[in-house]
Design a protein around this ligand. Structure first.
Ligand code: ZN
Length: 295
């Protein structure tokens, strides 16, 4: 009898790293924070494709869902929403790991976003012929001469959900998405970290008048928002910090020029969250101030 108890105690110590425990318990998950989960296994569990690491960002995604982890950081981004983890994402061998508790946090955030996703409603877009007149946009924002104009009918505003970066950084992240060919937005407005504060960078999709890859409502839909809306992304994470005044000023100038050029009404300037179950562009984005300056 005594030998049996001693064996059980030894087995328990071995199982939880020789931590002193006041009594023998039957539960196996005593110290969840010490248990780590491989990020690749987490991706499998979430039914996402594991895309590996690039520039410190570890990503798993299957459109429209994604989880982005940052090496040695507690910040995770789930479909544009930030999740503050208890412990950083660490490298272990050729893999990355997060604590079991943090894996649970990410899992429940993604499942709540998935279950809250509404089916696409009737969207107020009508298919109009492409304008044939030459662009009246300021020279730096004009499409490549000779590019076939699209019938732009809406403008979708995003944040990058990253505190720093520029069009090049986002381009790299988007290149890692299966089926994407790089920067999904048409324009990127910098925040002074890797491009100028308020600087407008023009993406290849705009120069070539190509459809966007920023506003899919859900897998298998008719992709109308990507086909007919202009995607503008502001660098920053506006779940925690507001955009700079210069960013908002530049955005107002850009959006007004696009509205004038394509006859887009203010009602068709929408946050990403209008199209898809996401918090993008973040609660700190001054939507009211922005819209009042457009009208
Ligand atoms: Zn967005």
């Amino acid at each position: 009898m005594r030998a049996g108890i001693a064996l059980a105690v030894i087995a328990l110590f071995a199982a939880c790293g020789a931590t002193r425990t006041p009594q023998v318990r039957e539960t196996s998950a005593e110290l969840p924070s010490r248990t780590f989960v491989s990020v690749q296994r987490l991706a499998d569990k979430l039914d996402l494709d594991y895309l590996g690491e690039a520039d410190g960002f570890i990503e798993m995604s299957t459109a429209p869902d994604y989880v982005m982890l940052v090496r040695d950081s507690r910040n995770a981004v789930v479909n544009g929403e930030r999740v503050a983890m208890g412990q950083p994402c660490l490298r272990r061998g050729s893999d990355y790991v997060v604590s079991a508790g943090d894996a649970e946090l990410v899992t429940s955030k993604l499942s709540s976003l998935r279950s809250g996703r509404k089916p696409v409603e009737a969207i107020p877009l009508t298919i109009a012929p492409a304008p044939s007149h030459p662009s009246g946009l300021p020279a730096e924002w004009q499409p490549r001469s000779g590019a076939r104009m699209r019938d732009w009918q809406a403008i979708v505003i995003h944040h990058a959900a990253m505190p720093s970066g520029d069009a090049g950084t986002i381009h790299k992240v988007h290149l890692a998405n299966p089926g994407w060919d790089g920067l999904g937005y048409h324009f990127v407005v910098g925040n002074g970290t890797q491009s100028g504060d308020g600087e407008v960078e023009v993406g290849f999709r705009w120069r070539e008048q190509r459809e966007g890859a920023h506003a899919r409502a859900r897998k298998g839909d008719d992709n109308r928002w990507n086909l007919h809306s202009i995607g503008i992304c502001l660098v920053g994470d506006f779940t925690t910090v507001a955009p700079s005044q210069r960013q908002v000023d530049s955005l107002v100038r850009l959006v007004r020029a696009l509205m004038d050029e394509y006859g887009i009404p203010a009602e068709a300037v929408v946050p990403h969250s209008f199209v898809h179950a996401t918090e993008c562009p973040g609660a700190r984005f001054p939507w009211g101030q922005f819209m009042s300056r457009l009208r």
